[in-house]
Design a protein around this ligand. Sequence first.
Ligand SMILES: NC(=O)c1ccc[n+]([C@@H]2O[C@H](COP(=O)([O-])OP(=O)(O)OC[C@H]3O[C@@H](n4cnc5c(N)ncnc54)[C@H](OP(=O)(O)O)[C@@H]3O)[C@@H](O)[C@H]2O)c1
Length: 275
Amino acid sequence: MGNKIGTVGIIGLGRMGRCMVKGLIQAGTLKNTEIFFTTKHPETAALVAKELSVKACKNNLELIEKSEIIVVAVKPQNCAEVLEEIGGKITKGKTVVSIVASISTEQIEGKLPKGVAVIRAMPNTPAFVGAGMTAWCAGVSAFEKDWSRAMALFEPLGKVARVDEKHMNAVTGLSGCGPAYIYVVLESLTDAGIKIGLPRELATLLAGQTVLGAASMLLATGRHPAALKDEVTTPAGCTIDGLLELEEGRLRVTLIKAVVQATKRAKALAKQVKV
Ligand SMILES: NC(=O)c1ccc[n+]([C@@H]2O[C@H](COP(=O)([O-])OP(=O)(O)OC[C@H]3O[C@@H](n4cnc5c(N)ncnc54)[C@H](OP(=O)(O)O)[C@@H]3O)[C@@H](O)[C@H]2O)c1
């Protein structure tokens, strides 16, 4: 074992799983040879294996045999079939990490032999560039060695925060889905630049670095966003005119409703999907 995690098997190397793998290889946490994966369809597996130079297993049973840490990264709707297939075969000493939205540690534990460690995590796609946010919680049989094993997988991908499991759906609605909301903001700011005559490349740079800078200020200073906003807003200046438009367009309420709706959807999925 050339790293402190061991071999990692990812069941369902789709959009999120690929961001994790890219981030982990980029960070030097894992070598391509230490990562195994499966997908549902062999043709997807062939494409992913070529794209990431990682090894596809012929099925989920082969994957769990080869891996010390098993990441379940399928859609909630596919979780039952996966747990059904691997559930009885996973041995104690392996760590199961689920990034599946809406499915609780208790539901997963219910399909595994007693005592198998389960960590539930909700990462996000900026893991791809080491700027991800992962919130996580632990199942009843997961202890410190399992947490640190799982965190060795997420810490190189950005920031991590341990949360109570009751918050995981809200995390999904905020940071799990959040990059999509911010891409809409970024697209709109870039379009605004185009509208006022800036070249696209410059508008994209100005929008991207401004969002990155504002977020970095918030996290580095720990100050309230309203105080940081006030610093940009001089009396009878330009910013207050822009802010007035945002208020009229109900940006705040719209963003709040976006997070609330996504959280509701995560909760509804938890009820709909049978595991
Ligand atoms: N996307 C995000 O931003 C994000 C962020 C945080 C968490 N998540 C969570 O991560 C999970 C995956 O999301 P995603 O966006 O990556 O979905 P996705 O792109 O649809 O990927 C799902 C993957 O699961 C595979 N799969 C389905 N059934 C399988 C089975 N029985 N055995 C092995 N592989 C199987 C699919 O294979 P095929 O391609 O062959 O069908 C695909 O590779 C979801 O639970 C989601 O809530 C996603």
